[in-house]
Ligand binder design. Sequence first.
Ligand code: TXA
Ligand code: MG
Length: 348
Amino acid sequence: MVDKESALWSLTGAGDPKIQEAGRRLAQGALVAFPTETVYGLGANGLDPQAVEKIFTAKGRPQDNPLILHVASLEAARELALDWSDTAQCLAESFWPGPLTLVVPAQSFIPAQVTAGLPTVALRMPDHPVALALLKAAGVPVAAPSANRSGRPSPTQAIHVLEDLPFGVEIILDGGPCRVGLESTIVDVSVDPPKILRPGEITQEALIECVGPVLTHRDSSPVEGPKAPGMKYRHYAPKAPVTLLEGSPEKIKDFVLALEGDTSVVFLAFEETLELLARDSKEPAAELRSMGSRTRLQEMGRRLYDELRRCDQTQAEAIYIEACPPQGYGAALMNRLLKASAERVLHL
Ligand code: TXA
Ligand code: MG
């Protein structure tokens, strides 16, 4: 058992010598949680099956859900791939370090605990100075899922990791809040054309510009089944039921004003919609939370998981969230929102 307080390591920056120590311990088999630009990861030595198994125990994660290997360089990624296509090279050169994970044919020395026995492996070079310093210090590929307890939102702050995983994680490196806040885009480049398995900040449009046609997770026929194995698992839903509100800000404003005050309701909305509400003299019954401007969806991505965690700490009995257009980065946001709401959408 690890002492709760001592697990959380504050850092002076990416040059902090504590990162070297964390890297050594990681290589020797310890679990180390670390910040990335997307969400916090729960890292283990990706070439050590026993260390990797600790991840599944700590998270309560199903064994047949494979992990992403994190690397500090493109060269390190190529060594883990049985085949590295021109498409993989082009995407890695364009978007690494960054919020993009590439699924490629796996080298046979990669433990089955990482790949869940699949012939492919997921690889990513994160764009965070602390993550890159840790990966260099460890000197091994680092298997890391999001550092939440299975079924909770991904952690976007070190404190979320401590809340979810108070035991079994030796070190939590505190790198402050994550810039992106949603998990990386996953692209399967072991198939032609490449296919997005999970949307993220790197959009389909950006990928197409780089390598031509790219399919999305929505293009798969139902018989094909889930290709990102993680897609078949229950995803995070707050304790209170979530409903997405789709419609003009004016219609959404009217809906929220009509809510009765006898149940406790949280409403997550864009700044513009909240301004409309403020202009109206009536007090809405709902507790209002801003997701930032609808013209800067990045801000909604950054805040979403923290807001959902907060909802669970209140007595909220119902949560309403303003939907966003599913284009560009909106595709990633709507993907997470539809999961959190079990696809309950009100068209106003
Ligand atoms: O942003 C991220 O990707 C974060 C940070 C920590 O890097 N990591 C993350 O890991 O979100 P995780 O384990 O929560 O999600 C990884 C997803 C899972 O849904 C898993 O099924 C899928 O990647 N995956 C892993 N290996 C795969 C493979 N070989 N083929 C298809 N999907 C794979
Ligand atoms: Mg996860």
